[in-house]
Design a protein around this ligand. Structure first.
Ligand SMILES: [Zn+2]
Length: 328
């Protein structure tokens, strides 16, 4: 076995889902390398030939710097310019491309994520800039896909804003207090993906509508005996109910332990990384959290998943996203 080359570090395949800072710095040492990456991923796998939309055929492209300092590639047949950042979250940003890539690296390389404040410190940019980058990365690259869940799906809801304060409440007061909390509906495929939705109420249409919008009707759903799940029974291939109110938690395969365990981790994560998440940002926080969970199965480093998504035109993804939200 040859000695390890410290200028070209390699990792054991078991840690394939991680991507070290050294690897990042090797792959993306400057803006030019980042731009080259987008050019090759989006338009030209060999870095030289690409389909020219004007010539409507494959042409050789050459790279030139424009007057604005933006790099583009030019068709040698007709002079048409292709800007690799057009239509991506990096378009029209005055922040350097490598700083964007590094922000994505930072947001992808910690287990629980980092805040815009941490990003400000790490990148050495203004808070305003850090906040903007943070939201672009989170809202456009970590957002939920439109694909509904299927198979065996556990569904449960939880309140996310702490415990009631003040004197001990009666049962009725406690129930009223719970009603006023924002609820989060969690849906998880056993051994698969999770989706989280902020719902206005844990009763009636807000709850059942969110299940319908996110879980394929051919699924078997597993819920507790909360009354608002009842009407869904006839709409799904199966509905298995664990009778929590009678003290039952597991009966063979009938349980909601997967989603309950997920909620437990979610609440711990929220206390740690974000302290308090306001209602306004709760859904995007939940999307990021779910994205991290769903990403764990891909075996791909989270940074590469972000990078792959960044190369897709966000406008296309945004249409898909609106479709999902409007059905809630
Ligand atoms: Zn051309």
């Amino acid at each position: 076995m040859p000695p390890a080359n410290r200028h070209n570090p390699t990792r054991a395949s078991s840690s394939g889902s991680e991507y070290s800072l050294t690897e990042f710095e090797r792959d993306f040492p400057d803006d030019a390398a980042c731009l080259e990456h987008l050019w090759r991923t989006r338009y030209s796998p060999d870095g030289e030939h690409a389909e020219c939309p004007k010539c409507e055929r494959e042409r050789v492209f050459k790279r030139y710097a424009t007057a604005q300092g933006r790099q583009s590639w030019t068709c040698t047949g007709c002079g048409h310019h292709v800007h690799p950042t057009a239509g991506t979250i990096f378009a029209k940003s005055s922040t350097s491309l490598q700083l964007w890539f590094y922000a994505m690296y930072l947001m992808a390389s910690t287990r629980c994520g980092i805040s815009a404040k941490q990003l400000e410190r790490e990148l050495g940019v203004s808070y305003r800039t850090a906040w903007r980058m943070f939201n672009k990365i989170r809202n456009e690259l970590m957002k939920d896909d439109a694909e509904p869940l299927s198979g065996d799906v556990e569904v449960d809801e939880t309140g996310v804003h702490g415990k009631p304060r003040g004197p001990r409440m009666t049962k009725k007061e406690a129930a009223q207090w719970r009603e006023r909390q924002v609820s989060v509906l969690g849906m998880v495929e056993r051994g698969g993906r999770v989706k989280l939705r902020v719902i206005k109420s844990r009763r009636g249409e807000p709850l059942s509508g969110a299940v319908r919008a996110n879980v394929n009707p051919e699924s078997i759903i597993f819920t507790d005996d909360w009354m608002s799940y009842k009407p869904l029974g006839k709409e799904y291939a199966g509905h298995k109910v664990i009778n929590h109110s009678a003290g039952s938690y597991v009966l063979g395969d009938i349980h909601t332990n997967t989603i309950e365990g997920f909620f437990g981790n979610l609440k711990t994560g929220m206390r740690g990384a974000y302290k308090k998440v306001s209602h306004k940002w709760l859904q995007s926080y939940l999307d990021e959290y779910a994205w991290r969970y769903n990403q764990r199965r891909s075996g791909q480093a989270m940074f590469h998943a972000l990078l792959e998504r960044a190369a897709i035109e966000p406008s296309t993804a945004a249409v898909v996203d609106r479709g999902v939200r409007s059905t809630q």
